[in-house]
Design a protein around this ligand. Structure first.
Ligand SMILES: Nc1ncnc2c1ncn2[C@@H]1O[C@H](COP(=O)(O)OP(=O)(O)OP(=O)(O)O)[C@@H](O)[C@H]1O
Length: 265
């Protein structure tokens, strides 16, 4: 059985416009699928539809199964037990996931309280462990800080610690490194790869940068204007892209890479 299965997933606006059309894919436990496409292709709506967080007025149809259990259209109380415990999402902007008025440690402890019933010292200890696992130096200090007192890279690690605290089997990372600069981005990707491998989680990695998506994914699904246009193993897609849109993405990435190579001594 797949960890996640999306079948004919379609998202419509209130006035009936289809923003995502007939998207179908499967993800096995421990597998890594990259979802790539230009701005506006429908990547974020795919993520929001899976976790039942579409903007007001939009509706999703089709199937989304998690471990064989339908979650699309499931009542809110069911989704509340799924989100954060079985499926976790890390978004591009960690500030959006963090409460500016709450210390980091208390925020990381929150999902542990809600889903695992941890309280007091046990919750604090588990939160510190979660912060240590994402390789944050001096986790005690970080736990005492407010979000604005730590760097952007540290905030994204905190968001990752929150996402992973309850040991979900499925992680969705929606452009998690897009707001970070080069070195911090590379460190974050290495951390993500290590944690996904160590825990055997399924990963849906969303991005617009082919080099980044190809690095962390085993398979890749290309979206164009709300439709899947190509799917395959990363190596195959990079070597022999079959759809014109994929060919454009690959040649753009090659040009960028080639330009860098030429600038190097
Ligand atoms: N709240 C909304 N109301 C109306 N249309 C929306 C809304 N959110 C997104 N859309 C439209 O849906 C389409 C897909 O948007 P989506 O955010 O999923 O794209 P994306 O691939 O994630 O792009 P980006 O890389 O820029 O985040 C776009 O045409 C966008 O304009």
């Amino acid at each position: 059985m797949s960890l996640l299965e999306a079948g004919n997933l379609t998202v419509r606006t209130a006035d009936g416009r289809e923003l995502l059309r007939d998207l179908s894919f499967r993800l096995a436990r421990g597998d890594r699928l990259g979802l790539i496409g230009e701005s506006g292709a429908g990547k974020s709506l795919t993520v929001l539809a899976i976790v039942g967080l579409l903007p007001a007025g939009m509706t999703a149809s089709g199937r989304v199964l998690l471990d064989g259990e339908p979650i699309l259209g499931a009542p809110e109380w069911v989704l509340n037990t799924v989100r954060g415990r079985r499926v976790a999402v890390v978004f591009q902007d960690p500030l959006a996931a963090l409460d500016p008025l709450m210390r980091v440690g208390a925020q990381v402890a929150e999902p542990l309280r809600r889903h695992r019933g941890l309280r007091g010292a046990a919750a604090r200890r588990a939160a510190l462990e979660a912060l240590t696992e994402v390789r944050l130096g001096d986790p005690e200090r970080i736990a005492r800080s407010y979000p604005h007192e730590i760097s952007g890279g540290q905030r994204q690690r905190v968001a990752m610690a929150m996402a992973l605290a309850c040991e979900p089997s499925f992680l969705i990372a929606d452009e998690p490194t897009a707001a970070l600069d080069g070195t911090v981005q590379a460190e974050m990707l290495a951390l993500l790869e290590r944690l996904v491998a160590a825990r055997g989680m399924g990963l849906l990695f969303v991005g617009h940068d082919l080099a980044v998506v190809a690095r962390v994914s085993r398979r890749i699904l290309v979206l164009e204007r709300g439709r899947a246009v190509e799917e395959g193993e990363v190596g195959d897609v990079l070597r022999a892209p079959s759809h014109p849109h994929t060919r454009d993405l690959v040649s753009a990435a090659r040009r960028l890479h080639g330009a860098l190579e030429r600038m190097l001594p």
